[in-house]
Ligand binder design. Structure first.
Ligand SMILES: Nc1ncnc2c1ncn2[C@@H]1O[C@H](COP(=O)(O)OP(=O)(O)O)[C@@H](O)[C@H]1O
Ligand SMILES: O=C(CO)[C@@H](O)[C@H](O)COP(=O)(O)O
Length: 434
């Protein structure tokens, strides 16, 4: 029995699953929390990764591993392999002005054609441009730029600055690797051609830099002990692998982000910027719509009402559809789709009759799902076949979300057994290397 290990280094936590590669059975798991905030020292992810792997029994009996992770975060490294500053995460909106500057310089259609995406604050290229504008001394020191899963893979393979824990192979920046799906979230890689767009990188950073080598779906590298290491993936692409999503399936993930995506045979280039034309981890494409406000809308509403998630769900299901006119537009963290980085949330329709705890709970669920419903409409308009939605992520554990989702999304919703689909997808990639 060969064991393989898969990781989901997501926004809020690190989750690890160990599978029997022959039966696919989950034999061990581990988990560790990440710090709050939209700018995080990558060392915190490394500590969480080590803790979650230890909880899952360590690497000694593991034959192959792979890391899936939150997309887009900018991990800037200097020539000694050291991290230059806290990584700006996908949900950090300080780079909104930098994104606009890139769109003004190149044009939305051109950028969509060249990279599959129109920059908004979330994408790596916008964060790189922000660094150059706001912290030019730091930008000048950048020797390499990696994403969270790329950097963790590099570290766990034994690379890192001299003296760093486990860095037995030194700071070899040319050993950084990534995969198609995460490369496609940078804004300086083309899913259609499979090449980096160095002109765009230089336009953002002010100079060239080492970028991770992009491994194909069947390629692998090794760690310091000779274990096989798969390419890894952005978390959404890894979830598609973990679910085995096929034609007609649209995945709706309710984590810190809300995402709606499908595996497609053809690349997309949406100049409106609503659909991000990502690559999938299996050699195809992954048109995706992402909102900034998902599970945390429920977290904040539950906290406001002084209840736990189960009670929030009961309250929401006790209210009528439409919450008697109470409506929550839940842009608590600004919003990415639509691109409103400075927006705030709005509660409207408050009357003496409508302003109840039940209606507020319902409005939170409906408001959160509405953003995802708009994403689904955008995919439909793009011609993506939508037969059923597969609901995953922490928010999918809510009975109310599961019950209300079909009404708001307008298609049949299936909720696969609760599982860590991102980590499972990564583990399957690892198994494939064997
Ligand atoms: N029963 C539940 N109802 C609603 N939200 C939940 C429930 N359980 C967990 N969550 C929320 O799900 C989120 C974590 O989901 P997860 O998919 O792991 O996020 P991420 O991948 O962004 O780290 C947290 O905000 C958590 O509060
Ligand atoms: O930015 C995106 C997708 O483009 C997000 O989906 C991130 O990849 C974070 O995912 P979660 O941690 O919320 O699952």
């Amino acid at each position: 029995m060969a064991l393989v290990l898969g990781v989901d280094s997501s926004t809020q936590s690190c989750k690890v699953v160990v599978l029997d590669s022959e039966t696919g059975a989950v034999v061990r798991t581990g988990r560790a929390a990440h710090p709050d905030g939209t700018a995080v020292d990558p060392e915190a992810w490394w500590i969480a990764l080590r803790a979650a792997i230890d909880e899952a029994g360590g690497l000694d009996d593991i034959a192959a591993w792979s890391i899936g992770g939150q997309q887009h975060g900018m991990v800037a490294l200097d020539s000694s392999g050291a991290v230059i500053r806290d990584a700006l995460l996908w949900n950090d909106t300080r780079s909104a002005g930098a994104a606009s500057a890139l769109v003004d310089a190149f044009g939305a259609q051109e950028l969509a054609d060249r990279t599959g995406v129109v920059p908004v604050a979330s994408f790596t290229i916008s964060k790189v441009r922000w660094l150059r504008d706001a912290e030019p001394d730091n930008a000048a020191r950048v020797a390499a730029i990696a994403l969270p899963h790329d950097w963790l893979t590099w570290r766990l393979r034994g690379f890192g600055p001299d003296g760093a824990e486990g860095a037995t192979r030194g700071p070899v920046l040319d050993e950084l690797v990534t995969d198609r799906s995460d490369a496609s979230g940078t804004g300086y890689w083309s899913p259609a051609t499979g090449d980096y767009d160095r002109e765009l990188l230089r336009a953002a950073l002010g100079h060239d830099a080492i970028l991770p080598g992009v491994l194909g779906p069947d390629e692998w590298v090794t760690d310091a002990d000779g274990r096989r290491v798969a390419a890894g993936a952005g978390d959404n692409a890894a979830a598609a692998l973990g679910l085995g999503a096929g034609p007609g399936d649209v995945v709706v993930s309710i984590g810190t982000s809300g995402t709606v995506f499908a595996v497609s045979e053809t690349p997309s280039a949406d100049a409106s910027g609503i659909i991000a034309g990502f690559a999938s981890a299996d050699g195809h494409f992954l048109p995706l719509v992402c909102t900034l406000n998902a599970a945390r809308v429920l977290d904040v509403t539950a906290a406001l009402l002084g209840v736990d998630h189960d009670e929030l769900s009961r309250l929401a299901l006790d209210a009528p559809a439409g919450a008697d006119g109470l409506a929550l537009v839940p842009y608590f963290e600004g919003e990415r789709t639509p691109n409103l980085p400075d927006a705030t949330a709005t509660l409207s329709g408050m009357t003496l009759a409508s302003t109840t705890r039940e209606n507020l709970a319902r409005a939170a669920v409906e408001g959160m799902l509405s953003g995802l419903g708009a994403g689904l409409d955008a995919l439909r308009a793009e011609g993506v076949p939508l037969r059923r939605a597969l609901l995953i992520g922490g928010g999918a554990q809510s009975d109310a979300v599961r019950a209300i989702a079909p009404q708001v999304l307008g298609i049949p919703v299936e909720v696969p057994d609760a599982a860590e689909y991102v980590a499972l997808g990564a583990a399957r990639q690892a198994a494939a290397t064997l």
